[in-house]
Design a binder for this molecule. Structure first.
Ligand code: PLP
Ligand code: ZN
Length: 412
């Protein structure tokens, strides 16, 4: 195949620190801890890094020095990332926050933040010479994986539970991906995928590519700092499924501080879950370190991971930074969707509804102070979960095509 990846410098165990070569590895042989990319931060200079970023493409790849791949590696790039950081004054006024920002990741190529992680995972999968790209998913990940595999010109197999909504199958199949409908639950699908990954030379973006895949999430943290003028906010509110996104935003901020690209300052990282799937928020409330798995039942399907791989680390980050992992009710998810759309003109999916609803709760209970500069991460597009609003929205007027009647209706 093509050149070997020159970035990161190594893989490193998140528990014991043991280092490994940059290969398709996921687990430490010493302690079974998860592996994650490690960079030679001492070799990076913050000022030079910022200059290179600002001269780079308007995608997540502008942060290439702190992402997997390296200059010799051909990227799989649909233009994910570098999405708007929107100043949200109207929503801020409604909630009682003086400086609120919405990081709007609903406008990525396949309309969710998953395009970032999949762009990195497929880039590395192709560099490693895998023959097919694959994933286990119930939605956003399936769409993003199918789109990037098409761009890369590599075969794609997407494993889904057999009862998945037709729209999600169409939005995957249209890219030429082969959809494997498995008669079983999402957990059954996942187990099958681990077995297939052992049996065939296929890259499962969120299984055997996971260390590289999760790394793509860091770009959301880098972008936040850059778009604030190379400084960090006081508080971030992040939706939590596996917990990877939350931990990686924290890691991105830490790396920027370490290389001197931003000034060090305290900031708090909070997480958002839905009532029907809140294993990490529950562990936070209970004051325990271990996350007890749950069986998910929530309209926020893209956050419905009952046994979150990074739950332990997400708890740690929230506690160490003075943040909170909180949850909202299923009804509040819909209120959150409406609130963001009505105040800021941004239509998000149910995961974004969770983030906005939890943001509101955190302000109300004083966990976010009014003067804290806050960034809320809106990670998916409302057009993906239209059915969640079905039955909740009706036309305001129903009239005959007649001016008099319309004016009468308008009068009430
Ligand atoms: C997958 C996903 C997340 C969270 O991802 P994790 O890194 O697994 O916590 C958030 N929002 C949306 C819309 C997603 O699809
Ligand atoms: Zn280890």
């Amino acid at each position: 195949m093509s050149a070997r990846p020159t970035s990161p410098a190594a893989l490193q165990c998140r528990i014991c620190g043991q280092r490994y070569p940059v290969e398709p590895l996921t687990i430490c042989e010493e302690c079974f801890g998860p592996l994650e990319p490690a960079y030679d931060l001492d070799a990076l200079d913050g000022v030079a890094f910022r200059k290179a970023v600002e001269a780079g493409p308007a995608t997540l790849w502008r942060y290439e020095a702190l992402l997997p791949g390296g200059p010799e590696i051909e990227r799989v790039d649909l233009g994910a990332g570098f999405t708007p950081l929107r100043r949200a004054d109207a929503l801020g006024r409604r909630l009682g926050l003086e400086r609120l920002w919405i990081k709007d990741d609903s406008v990525n190529p396949s309309n969710s933040f998953k395009d970032r992680v999949v762009s990195v995972a497929t880039t590395m999968a192709r560099a490693f010479g895998f023959e097919a790209i694959s994933c286990a998913s119930t939605g956003n990940l399936a769409n993003a994986t199918a789109a990037h595999a098409a761009k890369a010109g590599i075969d794609c197999y997407v494993f889904v539970p057999d009862d998945l909504e037709r729209a999600k199958i169409i939005a995957t199949e249209v890219y030429g991906a082969k959809v494997v409908a498995v008669r079983g639950t999402y957990d059954d699908v996942n187990r099958l995928c681990s077995e297939v990954a052992d049996a065939l030379p296929w890259a499962f973006v969120n299984v055997n590519m996971r260390p590289y895949y999760a790394e793509g999430s860091k770009s959301l943290g880098f972008e936040t700092a850059e778009q604030l003028g190379w400084r960090l906010p006081d508080h971030v509110v992040v939706p939590v499924a596996s917990g990877a996104l939350l931990t990686k935003i924290h890691r991105a901020f830490g790396e920027l501080i370490a290389i001197g690209a931003v000034e060090a300052k305290p900031y708090r990282v909070s997480g958002a879950q839905a009532e029907g799937c809140r294993p990490v928020a529950q562990a936070f409330e209970d004051g325990v370190e271990e996350v007890t798995p749950v069986k998910p039942s929530t309209i926020a399907r893209s956050l419905a991971i009952g046994n979150p791989a990074d739950g332990y680390f997400a708890l740690k980050v929230a506690r160490e930074t003075g943040g909170v992992i909180a949850w909202c009710t299923e009804d509040e998810i819909l209120e959150g969707i409406h609130l963001l759309a009505e105040t800021e003109g941004v239509f998000t999916e149910t995961a974004g509804g969770v983030t906005i609803a939890v943001l509101k709760r955190l302000v109300e209970r004083g966990s976010i102070r009014p003067d804290e500069e806050t960034v809320a991460y809106v990670t998916g597009n409302g057009y993906k979960t239209i059915e969640a609003l079905e039955g909740h929205v009706e036309p305001t007027f129903r009239v005959a095509p007649d001016l008099e009647r319309f004016l009468a209706a308008l009068q009430g």
